[in-house]
Ligand binder design. Sequence first.
Ligand SMILES: C[S@@+](CC[C@H](N)C(=O)[O-])C[C@H]1O[C@@H](n2cnc3c(N)ncnc32)[C@H](O)[C@@H]1O
Length: 223
Amino acid sequence: MTAFPDQAADDYDERIVRRVPGYRLGQELAAAVLANRLKGDAHILVAGCGTGGEVAELARALPAARFTAIDPSAGMLEQAATKASDQSFADRVKFLQVAVHDAPAETYDAAIAFLVLHFLRDDGAKANFLQALANRLGDGALLVLVDPADSSAFDDDYRQWMVQQGLGAEAADEVVARTKSAWFCVMPERLSALLLQAGFEVSEPFFTAFGYRGIIASRSRKP
Ligand SMILES: C[S@@+](CC[C@H](N)C(=O)[O-])C[C@H]1O[C@@H](n2cnc3c(N)ncnc32)[C@H](O)[C@@H]1O
């Protein structure tokens, strides 16, 4: 996928919470899962950090952890860096303007990709992205993914929820249409197969909301 355009960062934080059900809750739960399972001084790779919402949540939940937060979009990173300095955790984050395959080749204790994988086609791009993450994780390290799955079961409910958040009916329709036309969502079984192929074991989802799913995988198998 391509980087988000710089201008997408301008009102991203205000827009995303009205378009992704449970956006904040998903980040809070992801932070709780990692805080509970990692050692306090863990080093976490945040892939596609955008404006840094999940970095902020993780920094609060893991006050001694360090982060390498990467994103190819300069505009999104700029907002993330401002958030880190406003919330006084900038000294624990290294921000880098790179995509996952160019992330520093260190061995991290965990990685998180929040709302990133569904932008990648299932033509090898998803597999490459997961493999690039796997290559940077040691045995037993954790990977958190949150994305919409390929599902239409809640389309009407999702549209209604967005209208309740103040989106016009047309804007809500556009978002639902985009989930089919511009995103590359896969069935949960396909995601598990991709993860398995990259050397991960998958457990129960820790979060679901109208098709959005949060999963935790463990880097416990060699591919
Ligand atoms: C929907 S935003 C999610 C941002 C943030 N994680 C959040 O949940 O708010 C997707 C982000 O992924 C970034 N991105 C796209 N391709 C990427 C890649 N190959 N590696 C890392 N980040 C990528 C985009 O630039 C964008 O900032």
